[in-house]
Design a protein around this ligand. Structure first.
Ligand code: DQA
Length: 145
């Protein structure tokens, strides 16, 4: 099973970026963590981050035929990106949306996700564990569907 873990803008700054909201682990720490978790269940991970919306759209399009599922933290594009939502609908690859913080307890504009309706579900608010929970959710879904 091959899973693409996609990360949106500013997540490259994790570790120093608003640690009260996003914790002190870097994106490299998260990559190591999720790859280690995946190796225990024989899942292959490709991990990617971009600050550029179109690059995330390209990556989703390229995932067609190459990945069984996607774990997606669209970051700020969660709340704005019709293009990422449309790309997910176009490729129709099962996707779990995840967030480090709980977007439903923050500013009103963060409570709306344009991308979640194109996903099988959303995990939000568990810090780095959101990635692990996303891995459990997507692999379980793929085994059953
Ligand atoms: C985030 C939540 C978003 O609202 C924010 O723009 C981010 C990170 C999270 O993981 O908690 O960049 O996706």
């Amino acid at each position: 099973m091959k899973i693409l873990v996609l990360n949106g803008p500013n997540l490259n700054l994790l570790g120093t970026r608003e640690p009260d909201k996003y914790g002190t682990q870097t994106l490299a720490d998260i990559e190591n963590f999720i790859k280690n978790e995946a190796s225990k269940i024989n899942v292959e991970i490709d991990f990617y981050q971009s600050n550029i919306e179109g690059e995330l759209v390209n990556k989703i399009q390229e995932a067609k035929g190459n990945f069984d599922g996607i774990i997606l933290n669209p970051a700020a594009y969660t709340h704005t990106s019709v293009a990422i939502r449309d790309a997910l609908l176009a490729v129709n690859i099962p996707t779990v949306e995840i967030h480090l913080s709980n977007i439903h307890t923050r500013e009103d504009f963060r409570k709306v996700s344009l991308t979640a309706p194109a996903c099988i579900g959303q995990i939000t608010g568990f810090g780095t564990n959101s990635y692990k929970l996303g891995l459990i959710a997507i692999t379980d879904y793929l085994l059953k569907n």
